[in-house]
Design a protein around this ligand. Structure first.
Ligand code: ZN
Ligand code: ZN
Length: 211
């Protein structure tokens, strides 16, 4: 896809390549990489660099039949995992998080809906559905927030974001994303700390919505 303008910053891509990126963000990165040739190429460069280091370690640590044994077990593990494919607007990594089922949407008010994919100590990752022309409640972040557009588009203080674009926001950013007119905007958004809403959703309700 050539229309993507907002990409994954290199520091995040490196963390992802080394397997250190927290799960909620890793899902957004995997989804972007599945849509973006440019980031896929950058990622494989990082992985090749990392792979060379791993291989050197492996050769030193594992020899002969022990190595074959480990590799055979790895092959088995890979075979058993079900394979999910892209379905409508949801790329394979999201279908995997959904375990092949359609998202379970919960209303947040004013037509805005969310479907939580994962929620845990490392943060949370959710799908957001924003009706055309509607604003996501004005908020700031306690930590990092990654938002990737899957359908439609939104604009905010950081620019215009269409399908495949990623917005990276941190605790310095306070923004009000507004969905473009036309199609509803559907995004995947990952956060490592609770969002702080300034209006629209009372703070009291935040634990209920887990946002
Ligand atoms: Zn990219
Ligand atoms: Zn935000």
């Amino acid at each position: 896809m050539t229309s993507i303008k907002h990409h994954i910053p290199d520091a995040l891509l490196l963390e992802y390549a080394s397997g250190r990126l927290a799960e909620p963000f890793a899902l957004v990165v995997a989804t972007h990489v599945s849509l973006c040739d440019e980031c896929r190429a950058r990622l494989s460069a990082h992985e090749m660099a990392g792979g060379a280091v791993m291989e050197a370690h492996e050769k030193a640590a594992l020899s002969g039949s022990l190595r074959d044994n480990v590799m055979a077990q790895l092959d088995d593990a890979v075979e058993e995992a079900p394979v999910y494919e892209r379905s409508s607007i949801f790329p394979a990594p999201i279908m995997e998080a959904l375990k092949g089922r359609p998202p379970k949407w919960k209303p947040l008010g004013r037509g805005v809906r969310q479907s939580i994919l994962k929620h845990g100590k490392a943060g949370s990752v959710r799908l957001l559905y924003i009706p055309p022309g509607m604003a996501v409640p004005d908020h700031s972040h306690g930590g990092l927030e990654l938002t990737l557009v899957l359908q439609g588009a939104f604009s905010d203080e950081g620019g215009h974001f269409g399908v495949g674009d990623v917005e990276v926001a941190d605790d310095a950013v306070e923004h009000t994303p507004v969905a473009a007119k036309g199609e509803a905007c559907i995004c995947i958004a990952a956060t490592d700390a609770a969002l702080k809403f300034n209006a629209f959703i009372p703070k009291l309700l935040q634990p209920i919505f887990r946002i």
